[in-house]
Ligand binder design. Structure first.
Ligand SMILES: Nc1ncnc2c1ncn2[C@@H]1O[C@H](COP(=O)(O)OP(=O)(O)O)[C@@H](O)[C@H]1O
Ligand SMILES: [Mg+2]
Length: 341
């Protein structure tokens, strides 16, 4: 059995130490270091995040409906769904903030409802709405979390803030929405908890900062952190996740590795020609299909690989080329159609 992706056993360090307030020290997320410290063994490790028939009913509405899912150590899992799909409700159940109507969830073997305090010691959380103390500076917030987490070194928080261009000297009340979001992310990451639950972490951030957040998440995952994050943006989960689960009306419509999913997502490309148009069907090279033409423009549907198309286009005078990634709506429409047939 390959155990190197899971850097420690949950019952080893953080959980026991969480029982002693103020003394939570996470084991190093480096598998090598964990092994040196004797934290690795061949016994089966608890699954970092596990859900079994997890269900929440609000006033007869099934907000989350029978989710069964296991996340692997060091995995970045994207929880993709439109507003109201049940993403936040799922994350709130994983933290024990709300009680499942039925089913259960565990984090590193700890029950999310009955052992919520121990779960919190292992988990960094970013809420969908970040609540801060308006009269305290950003730094006062990071210092508070640093001490609550039992971490003694303030440097990692300072470093994260610098990477996200966040000024920690200002009061939280003066922060823009983007800065509140950045501070929430920094606070979730302090102490390098082995599990991160992030509710739409990049919403309200500009693209450069979004990329930095993705980079930080990939770094954490490479060190063994298990990350569940929600999003309603298809492109984002494609960029950063190992696997994606699509949630609609509280149900998982599909769970797939991103690599497989990319391979069967169709994109659209519109090519506008300056001179003669290709003969009908001339562009139907490998993986490409002509779907329409209007005036000098030909609409094509294409899979993962653009190479054959680019080579076929080299024979023509191309004025413009636009590609359209499918949106979450396109994707969900595809699943509705599949169900209808
Ligand atoms: N506390 C609550 N009381 C009643 N209904 C709720 C509550 N929280 C969420 N819901 C409903 O549950 C569904 C799922 O919501 P939510 O988990 O917030 O979705 P998402 O995060 O995917 O946008 C929505 O229809 C929402 O209105
Ligand atoms: Mg939400």
């Amino acid at each position: 059995m390959n155990v190197t992706v899971l850097p420690w056993r949950a019952h080893d360090s953080a959980v026991w130490q969480a029982a002693t307030p103020g003394a939570v020290h996470y084991a190093s997320p480096e598998p090598g270091a964990a092994r040196e410290r004797g934290l690795m063994s061949d016994e089966p490790l608890p699954v970092p995040i596990s859900m079994r028939g997890l269900t929440k009913v609000f006033d007869e509405q099934r907000a989350v409906d029978g989710l069964t899912l296991d996340l692997r150590g060091g995995e970045v899992f994207g929880f993709l769904g439109p507003n109201g799909a049940g993403k936040s409700t799922t994350i709130r159940m994983l933290l024990g903030f709300i009680r499942p109507t039925s089913g259960s969830a565990s984090i590193h073997g700890l029950d999310c409802t009955r052992q919520a305090t121990a779960v919190h010691a292992l988990t960094g959380y970013l809420a969908g709405e970040v609540h801060l103390f308006p009269h305290l500076t950003g730094r006062a917030h990071t210092e508070l979390v640093t001490s609550l987490r039992g971490v003694h070194d303030p440097e990692p928080a300072e470093e994260l803030a610098a990477r996200l261009d966040l000024d920690l000297t200002r009061k939280a009340g003066a922060y823009s929405k983007g800065n509140r979001q950045k501070l929430g992310i920094v606070m979730a990451l302090i102490g390098a908890p082995p599990v991160l639950l992030l509710d739409e972490p990049t919403s309200g951030l500009d693209p450069i900062i979004q990329h930095r957040v993705w980079e930080i998440l990939r770094e954490r995952a490479a060190r063994g952190t298990t990350i569940l994050f929600s999003s309603h943006v298809l492109g984002e989960v494609e960029q950063v996740c190992d696997r994606v689960g699509v949630l609609r009306d509280g149900r998982l419509v599909t769970v797939e590795p991103v690599a497989d999913w990319r391979a069967h997502q169709k994109r659209r490309i519109e090519v506008t020609f300056a001179g003669a148009l290709p003969a009908p069907g001339a562009l139907d090279v490998m993986g490409v299909r002509e779907v329409a033409r209007h005036g000098p423009t030909v609409d094509l549907e294409i899979g993962d690989d653009v190479d054959a198309l680019i080579k076929a286009l080299a024979n023509y005078n191309v004025l413009d080329l636009r590609t359209y990634q499918p949106t979450l709506e396109d994707l969900l429409l595809g699943y509705y159609r599949q169900e209808a047939t």
